[in-house]
Write a protein that binds this ligand. Structure first.
Ligand code: 13P
Ligand code: SF4
Length: 364
């Protein structure tokens, strides 16, 4: 029989080393009943516990393929929701700290998206609009896409997903990240003039009816607070100093940063590209600090110099919420069959969200 759940307060004064030792012991005792998934932005003391690390797409696939009774997701809330939606009903998904959200995902909510859809419907035929949500969004927005013939994308399949959408509709409503939408659509040959930015704080998105009618893609005005720190001037200054350096950026960066980058892609793509590059190459990387620091450490023995794009230290503070204390707490509770911080998407949203995620996985 399960003992009473242990409270998180018992862990907050413990040091990282003690928590890691306890987490390891609990993990070992759970054996194949447990799988730990870790996003590349997790800190070193946490990612070392991951059975699988990856970008959003790879981790979604791992969650769908796992047989484990318990899935601990070291990442952020929307990722744990996706794991719950794609896993079997009897599997349990745990997010070690419930405060690990995503500020970009929070920039779109169902009420605002439904209002936008209604307002668009007064000007254009929304039957011909395909809603596309970035995976960085709440499950009920994925369900919204499911209800309206739409789909989900990640940073690594956005182009394939947008092609799918344009085969089925005349226009796309893309949320919540304007940058991923703009960078991807531009790469597909859609001009900046054919894009409209929907300001979700203003009536009719702050757009004229003409602009809405002319747009091929309507971009929600959301952004990532981490990636907005990277500026084109950082690239210019770096290249002045190191003209042979290569620039690689995540597509959540601004259009200007992506245009100045030699390579643009997901976290998994960034790791793969740097891994496969010749020794002694120099890189400026426009993505989250924990990943860049890890790449720096991993490749310094090959003479690769890996630099962070921003002169100021900026990391994803919500990814950083998962610490050895919360990990030890959730693991020791699971080892006693106490489930803490379970992420469970209501079935009414899960069913439609699953439809859009399955569509995405099929074409990725
Ligand atoms: P990836 O899917 O590329 O890992 O990106 C997730 C994310 O939140 C980047 O900010
Ligand atoms: Fe969200 Fe940005 Fe953090 Fe990614 S880096 S989880 S988009 S806040």
């Amino acid at each position: 029989m399960a003992e009473a759940a242990i409270a998180i307060q018992n862990y907050m004064d413990l040091n990282d080393e003690d928590c890691q030792a306890r987490a390891l012991k609990a993990k070992e005792s759970l054996g194949s009943k447990l799988v730990i998934l870790g996003h590349h932005y997790q800190r070193e003391e946490v990612i070392r516990f991951a059975d699988y690390s990856g970008d959003s797409l790879k981790l979604s696939r791992q969650a769908a393929a796992s047989d484990a009774k318990y899935i601990i997701f070291c990442g952020v809330h929307f990722m744990a929701e996706v794991a719950d939606i794609l896993s079997r009903p009897e599997q349990v998904v745990v997010l070690p700290d419930l405060a690990a959200g995503c500020s970009m995902a929070d920039m779109a909510d169902l009420a605002k998206v439904e209002r936008a859809w209604k307002e668009l419907g007064r000007i254009i035929d929304t039957q011909k609009v395909i809603p596309v949500t970035y995976i960085n969004s709440a499950a009920n927005l994925k369900a919204f896409c499911g209800r309206h013939g739409g789909i989900v994308c990640t940073s690594s399949n956005a182009q394939a997903v947008l092609s799918w959408a344009f085969e089925r509709g005349e226009k796309v409503l893309f949320f919540p990240d304007q940058h991923l939408g703009r960078n991807t659509a531009y790469k597909m040959g859609i001009s900046l003039e054919e894009m409209a930015v929907w300001n979700f704080l203003r009536p009719r998105g702050g757009l004229t009816p003409e602009k809405i009618c002319d747009a091929r893609i309507i971009l929600w005005q959301g952004y990532c607070s981490v990636h907005q720190m990277f500026q084109p001037e950082h690239i210019d200054r770096f290249l002045e100093r190191y003209p042979d350096a290569k620039i690689i950026s995540h597509p959540e960066n601004s259009f200007e940063v992506c245009q100045k980058s030699h390579y643009v892609g997901s976290t998994e793509y960034i790791i793969k590209t740097i891994t496969e590059s010749p020794p002694n190459t120099r890189w400026l990387v426009g993505t989250e600090l924990n990943l860049v620091n890890r790449l720096h450490e991993r490749f310094k023995h090959e003479g690769k110099s890996i630099h962070f794009m921003s002169p100021t230290v900026c990391m994803c503070s919500t990814m950083f919420r998962t610490d050895p204390q919360h990990l030890a707490w959730s693991l020791e509770n699971l080892a006693q069959d106490n489930v803490v911080n379970q992420i469970k998407v209501p079935e009414k949203d899960a069913e439609l969200a699953r439809l859009t995620l399955d569509r995405m996985l099929e074409i990725s």
